[in-house]
Write a protein that binds this ligand. Structure first.
Ligand code: 9D3
Length: 238
C-alpha cells in the first residue's frame, strides 16, 4: 500500500511514522508513506494556501488551486504498477462520516490511500466536488486541523495490513471484532495495595476463566456502551 499525506504540517508526522507499528510495516515493505506540503504548490508571492470566505464570516478557507495541484502531483508519483494512479482519497473533516473499524477495514483493502489534512475553517466546496473524496471525521470534538485525524486513520489501517502485527496482537484484534468491550486484566503481583486478583484467574480452570471473561465483557458493554450492547444482542438473536 502507498499512503500519501497532504498537509501544511508534514513535520507533525515524522515521529508518528518512525515509531512502532507504522514504522515496522514500512520496514517490512507492507506500506510506503509520502508527505506533500500544500505550501509547495502555492504560486503567489506570499505562498498563500488559504483565503477569506466569499459571503463573509470568520477565519480562512483552504483554496482550490494548491489542493488540486498537490493531489495531482502526489498521484503522478509512485510506480504505476503495483499502484493504480488514482488513490482512494480521504478528506479529514468535521463534516465527514464518523470513522470506525469497518471503515478502517475497507481502507485496508485499497492499494493506495491519499489523505488530505486541512487547517483553518475548512475547504472550498469545489475541492470536495472536484476530487470526490470520502469525507471522514474521527468524532464529535474540535481539533485544530486534520493532521491528528489522519494519523488516527493511518494507525487503524496499517495495523490491519496482513503481516503488520505479531501473531498474538492480530489474534487480539479478532476478539474485539465481536463487538464486546475487553474484560478486566491483571498481571503480577497477586496483591497490590490491598487489592487482589480475582481467584478464578489463578484457578488454572480455563473453561471457568473463559466464562468469567465473557460475563465481564457483557457486563461492561451493557453498562458502558448501550449502542454496542444492542448491536451484540441483535446479532445473538439471528
Ligand atoms: C467554526 C466551526 N468549526 C467547526 C466545528 C470550524 C472548524 C473547526 C475545526 C473547522 C475545522 C476544524 C479542524 N478539524 C479538522 O480538520 C478535523 C476534525 C475535527 O475537528 N474533529 C474530528 N474529526 C476531524 S477530521 C478533521
Amino acid at each position: 500500500m502507498r499512503i500519501d499525506i497532504l498537509t501544511l504540517f508534514p513535520e507533525m508526522f515524522g515521529p508518528f511514522l518512525s515509531t512502532s507499528i507504522p514504522k515496522r510495516a514500512a520496514e517490512k515493505g507492507l506500506v510506503e508513506y509520502q508527505l506533500t506540503n500544500f505550501r509547495d504548490f502555492a504560486t503567489d508571492a506570499h505562498l498563500s494556501v488559504d483565503d477569506k470566505p466569499f459571503g463573509g464570516g470568520p477565519g480562512m478557507i483552504m483554496m482550490c488551486q494548491t489542493v488540486f495541484d498537490a493531489v495531482a502531483a502526489a498521484e503522478m508519483q509512485g510506480p504505476q504498477d503495483p499502484h493504480p494512479r488514482m488513490a482512494t482519497r480521504i478528506l479529514l473533516s468535521p463534516q465527514g462520516q464518523k470513522f470506525d473499524q469497518a471503515m478502517a477495514q475497507q481502507f485496508a483493502t485499497q492499494e493506495r490511500l491519499l489523505l488530505i489534512a486541512g487547517r483553518y475553517e475548512g475547504f472550498d466546496q469545489r475541492i470536495v466536488e472536484g476530487l470526490q473524496p470520502s469525507e471522514v471525521s474521527i468524532g464529535d470534538y474540535v481539533l485544530s486541523g486534520g493532521e491528528l485525524a489522519a494519523m488516527v486513520v493511518i494507525d487503524a489501517v496499517v495495523r490491519l495490513l496482513p503481516g503488520a502485527l505479531g501473531a498474538e496482537d492480530g489474534a487480539a484484534d479478532e476478539t474485539f471484532a465481536d463487538g464486546l468491550l475487553e474484560h478486566p486484566q491483571y498481571t503480577r503481583p497477586r496483591e497490590y495495595r490491598g487489592m487482589s486478583v480475582p481467584d478464578v484467574l489463578l484457578s488454572g480452570n480455563h473453561a471457568a476463566i473463559a466464562a468469567w471473561r465473557l460475563e465481564q465483557r457483557k457486563k461492561r458493554t451493557a453498562e458502558r456502551r448501550p449502542d454496542l450492547w444492542s448491536a451484540y444482542q441483535d446479532r445473538q438473536k439471528k
